[in-house]
Design a protein around this ligand. Structure first.
Ligand code: BG6
Ligand code: MG
Length: 219
């Protein structure tokens, strides 16, 4: 049976906005307080990864171990600094083509959801003026299992009332592509084709896609 695409689900960080630079600044500050350095290359390992898991990786890099209470405090401090950065964001930080593509979907009556691991997703949507744009917003406050678990995308499909096999997922992280595949969805990698090679299709960014092209993709 052929599955046509009837709805889209977007990851937020790295697809709609480039927040990795703010995560990096906040994690680097924490690393520096703990007495080790943290590079942009190290930061690549944290893309798409939950806050708690990110902290574990960071501590592994620094060879530091903390008690559960210290870890909780460290994650809270990092988040406080991160929130200070995102509170300075505005509409100009939308990645190229994002708003145009969402408008195009809307004009074609294609529903779309957000599927993000971030607990700050709604705050970011507000800052960039997209708080009312999505038909469903599934974020880190609504899911219990992190990507590559498909929970976040399955919830998005169910809130839009569209079967998973008719959804397309846009993701910049390998774990997110894996989650989309496990959800039985058409997966679109946004970024580097050599890293996102498991995706059904890879595009450099939303600026290079049109609904008419996507609508022709079936499995
Ligand atoms: C993902 C980011 O979208 O959200 C990760 O790619 C981040 O880098 C994760 O760790 C959790 O975000 P937050 O805002 O809840 O700390
Ligand atoms: Mg991402």
């Amino acid at each position: 049976m052929e599955h046509t695409i009837r709805a889209c689900i977007f990851d937020l960080d790295g697809v709609i906005v480039d927040t990795a630079k703010y995560h990096f600044l906040a994690w680097r500050r924490l690393a520096s307080e703990l007495g080790f350095s943290f590079t942009e290359q190290d930061n690549e390992r944290l893309k798409g990864v939950s806050r708690v898991r990110s902290l574990e990786i960071l501590l592994e890099i620094g060879g530091v171990s903390l008690s559960p209470e210290e870890m909780e405090r460290a994650a809270a401090r990092k988040n406080q600094w991160y929130v200070e950065y995102i509170d300075e964001m505005d509409h100009s930080e939308l990645l190229p083509g994002a708003e145009r593509f969402l408008d195009e979907l809307r004009a074609n009556q294609i529903p779309f959801a957000l599927g993000s691991a971030s607990k700050n997703a709604v705050r970011i949507l507000r800052r960039i003026g997209l708080e009312d744009a999505f038909d469903a917003v599934i974020d880190g406050t609504k899911v219990s299992k992190a990507k590559p678990d498909p929970e976040v995308f399955l919830l998005g499909a169910s809130e839009m009332d569209v079967p998973p096999e008719n959804c397309a997922v846009f993701e910049d992280a390998e774990a997110g592509i894996e989650a989309g595949l496990r959800a039985g969805m058409f997966t679109i990698g946004v970024g580097d084709a050599t890293i996102l090679n498991k995706a059904h299709w890879v595009i450099p960014g939303l600026a290079s896609i049109s609904w008419s092209e996507l609508a022709q993709k079936t499995r």
